[in-house]
Design a protein around this ligand. Structure first.
Ligand SMILES: [Zn+2]
Length: 275
């Protein structure tokens, strides 16, 4: 009960960035938890940034890791629901950094030279990454390892969830410490999700990830291949997983898989009593 109340109070603390001039608007949802788990969702937002022009991407390469301004519908809500479920199921609270701003103004999963075209957008881009960086560093220092799940949407296959780890690079710490099974076995995060009935890729859970879905700027910046990183997994959800009618079920199943992962690989036991 205490933790749930703690979560409610903290997740409602929205990181306002006064320099952005939004006043009482919520731009980022940042929650500093006490577990070695952080949820990121950079592309689900719908809020307009006043006085900031829509990005045009002039002179930038389009597609792939280049310029794109379409949002990942439903991922802000899905990420929040996952955070809430984890808070209920675990003896503590996860951290989260979730954007409420539309991607047409700022892209947090690109470096600023691609994702930002205005000073105000740069300020909020910096806030997102400063929050993620400090959370990841704190988890690394306190626990030695941890899990970052970066939640996205893709339009290639409505029924599929693609994993992106730069073909195992961004979970290098996990693989070196606990073996390849932790990344490609039946009890890996992808293996646990398949057990729930999800159609996942890659399957079998090899390192050969789908071109275009191999993980972006966030997992490559904060993954465990970095000296101060933690294991980082990008999940690209098809439309069937992001629609409102499926949200509670999908969030519950993802949270259950993360709980099992945390128990096996992060020494975090599930909550033993109803809270
Ligand atoms: Zn995305």
């Amino acid at each position: 009960m205490i933790c749930r109340m703690l979560f409610r109070s903290l997740v409602l603390f929205v990181a306002l960035t006064p320099a952005c001039g939004r006043g009482d608007e919520e731009l980022l949802i940042i929650h500093e938890g006490d577990l070695p788990i952080v949820i990121s969702a950079p592309h689900g937002g719908t809020i307009d940034l006043p006085d900031v022009p829509i990005r045009k991407g002039e002179g930038l390469k389009k597609g792939g890791a280049g310029f794109f301004s379409g949002r990942d519908g439903g991922t802000e809500e899905l990420a929040l629901e996952v955070v809430k479920r984890l808070d209920e199921k675990l003896p503590g609270a996860p951290s989260c950094v979730i954007s409420r701003v539309h991607r047409k103004y700022v892209d947090f999963n690109r470096p600023p030279e691609i994702g930002v075209e205005h000073d105000k957008a740069r300020t909020i881009h910096d806030s997102y990454h400063q929050s993620l960086q400090s959370t990841v560093r704190r988890i690394r220092e306190k626990f030695g390892s941890g899990l970052l799940v970066d939640i996205h949407g893709q339009g290639s296959s409505a029924t599929t969830v693609f994993r992106g780890t730069s073909n195992g690079l961004t979970v290098q710490g996990l693989r070196m410490k606990l073996g390849e099974e932790s990344h490609t076995g039946e009890h890996s995060l992808l293996g646990l999700l398949k057990t729930t009935g999800w159609k996942v890729h890659p399957d079998p859970f090899s390192d050969k990830e789908q071109s275009g879905f191999t993980g972006g700027h966030i997992v490559r910046t904060y993954g465990s291949h970095r000296p101060d990183g933690i294991d980082a997994v990008q999940l690209e959800f098809g439309a069937d997983y992001r629609k409102a009618a499926a949200r509670e079920k999908v969030a519950g199943e993802l949270a259950d898989a993360i709980v099992q992962y945390a128990e096996r690989y992060l020494n975090v036991a599930p909550a033993t009593s109803a809270r």
